[in-house]
Design a binder for this molecule. Structure first.
Ligand code: NAP
Length: 500
């Protein structure tokens, strides 16, 4: 399928103005599926970042946003949601071209992003503190919930608009201001969303977006003394660097990091449903997904037959041009990422796993496409069982009992999510309790709702996004103690002569 691809040119949003980088530097993105330039963006430096942070600081300290009535903030957030929904087709095309993901999948993600903005708008009117009328007749206690302040947001390339929509509308809902640094290779839809926010009436400086490299502006954003909180989604390695940088002013940190998520299939499961979800879970978004079901744990008694079916089904997954609506698996985002995937595939072979399917690069005229890949005979100690591959590679292990399955599931340093397939209620609840991960899917996989908290145990993250729980992330609590009536001076004798 041939598509006419034209490169779009973007600017950064700082203090309500659309601007180039101070030194005029730019960078380009080439579509990983077509090898054609699809976008040009300002290559922001520290000067630009400082201007963006100063604008967000002013908008928070002196602007109208933090104290704006919730109903007005909600209207603005809803207008942004409407625009995202109205322009879903075009936004999906931008994401598919920049990231290599299938355009039909991108469209679903854009609509889910709009849903997040709509949900967050309801929190504008439901953010409140507490009162204590139980502290004695001379004391009245109030707990105020206040926006944390200026939030720096750093996002990855695998779900560009969806991930910024997991953070930004929630922070805005409670009155924060923001400086956003999207991933260098997929900034288009974040900048488009910023334009929509401006058009919807978001005051100048409340949202600022700067594009450029993580090392050049990401680390300084995490270290910036005028930033009160950093909300980061990306790899566990960079998450550690963000914590290190954030120590400068001990800012609040929220991290959404990597995963090595198991799908656990018991012999009594609906095996047809499990089969579909195993193939979907690992190849969705080319496996470039924090929640990728990259480990399959299958009960020994059904293992041979089930694994054979997974291989058979995986052979039929449509891999190809992301702009073709029939495509389910698009291009790998970068050569660097491809190199990491192939290096881990090599390690799987070298450590003695059985390569049942794929394992290499597909032969195409343009772009970078990977064969759906399956390893069986994997041991929990192998690198392909422990490390996040972030590609279309499934590592298959077997287990005898539920206790074995839980032990293998918990045997990595990650704890983001897991899928459990069984018809037995005791097994479902027992496994949900035993697995140390932030999300457990029972007889389903990769679902998400704005109402439910999302985040990781162990090295998969710090804190939670979504739902009313995100109010905790983006607010501070303040205790106000109000004395009523005359107060006893500390040095005057109390009645009864006690002068303590
Ligand atoms: P990444 O390399 O960690 O990059 C994430 C962001 O951090 C990008 O904007 C990047 O900028 C920036 N960055 C890079 N180095 C930095 C530094 N030294 N200081 C501050 N910022 C820096 O991750 P990725 O490759 O984009 O995304 C894949 C990873 O994200 C996977 O590990 C995946 O599991 C994780 N992820 C987690 C979730 C979740 O919710 N738990 C969701 C999606 C993805 P540039 O790339 O522009 O240089």
């Amino acid at each position: 399928m041939t598509v006419a691809i034209t490169a779009r040119t973007y600017q950064n949003l700082i203090d309500g103005e659309w601007v180039d980088a101070a030194d005029g530097a730019t960078f380009e993105r080439v579509s990983p599926a077509h090898d054609v330039v699809v976008g040009r963006y300002p290559s922001a430096g520290v000067v630009d970042l400082d201007r963006a942070v100063a604008a967000a600081r002013r908008a928070f300290d002196e602007g109208t946003w933090p104290m704006m009535p919730g109903v007005e903030r909600a209207r603005i957030l809803n207008r942004i949601a409407e625009r995202i929904r109205a322009e879903a087709d075009d936004l999906a095309a931008v994401e598919a071209l920049e990231s290599g993901k299938p355009v039909s999948q991108a469209r679903d993600e854009i609509l889910s992003s709009a849903d997040l903005w709509e949900y967050a708008s309801t929190l504008c009117r439901h953010t409140y503190g507490d009162t204590y009328n139980t502290l004695g007749s001379a004391m009245f206690g109030m707990v105020l919930r206040e926006p944390v302040g200026v939030v720096g947001m750093i996002t990855p390339w695998n779900f560009p608009l969806l991930i910024i929509s997991q953070k930004l509308p929630f922070a805005l809902a409670v009155g924060c201001t923001a400086v956003v640094k999207p991933a260098e290779i997929t900034p288009g839809t974040t900048l488009r969303m910023a334009q929509m926010a401006q058009d919807a009436g978001l005051p100048a400086g409340v949202l600022n977006v700067v594009t450029g490299s993580g090392r050049v502006i990401g680390t300084p954003l995490a270290a910036h003394p005028d930033v009160d909180m950093i909300s980061f989604t990306g790899s566990t390695d960079v998450g550690r660097r963000v914590i290190e940088a954030s120590k400068s002013n001990l800012k609040k940190v929220e991290l959404e990091l990597g995963g090595k998520n198991p799908q656990i299939v018991f012999a009594d499961a609906d095996l047809e449903a499990a089969l579909d979800a195993v193939v979907y879970g690992v190849y969705f978004n080319m496996g470039e997904c924090c929640n990728s079901g990259s480990r399959l744990l299958v009960q020994e008694s059904i293992a041979d037959e089930f694994i054979a079916k997974v291989v058979e089904r995986a052979r039929t997954v449509p891999v190809g041009d992301p702009m073709d609506p029939r495509t389910k698996v698009g291009a790998i985002a970068t050569d660097e990422q491809f190199g990491k995937i192939l290096e881990l595939v090599d390690s799987g072979r070298a450590e003695g796993a059985d390569l049942l399917l794929g394992g290499g690069r597909m032969d195409t005229d343009a772009g970078r496409f990977m064969e759906p890949t399956i390893f069986a005979g994997v041991e929990p100690t192998m690198r392909i069982a422990r490390e996040e591959i972030f590609g279309p590679v499934l590592s298959v292990m077997t287990f005898k009992t539920a206790a074995d399955a839980a032990r293998i599931a918990n045997s990595t340093t990650f704890g983001l999510s897991a899928g459990v397939w069984t018809k037995d209620l005791d097994t479902a609840i027992g496994m949900s309790r035993a697995i140390r991960a932030g999300t457990i899917w029972v007889n389903t996989f990769l679902e998400g709702y704005p109402e439910l908290p999302f985040g990781g145990y162990k090295e998969s993250g710090l804190g939670r996004e979504f739902g009313r729980f995100s109010i905790d992330a983006f607010t501070e609590l303040k205790s106000v103690q109000m004395h009523l009536g005359p107060r006893t001076s500390w040095w005057m004798p109390r009645s009864g002569g006690d002068a303590r």
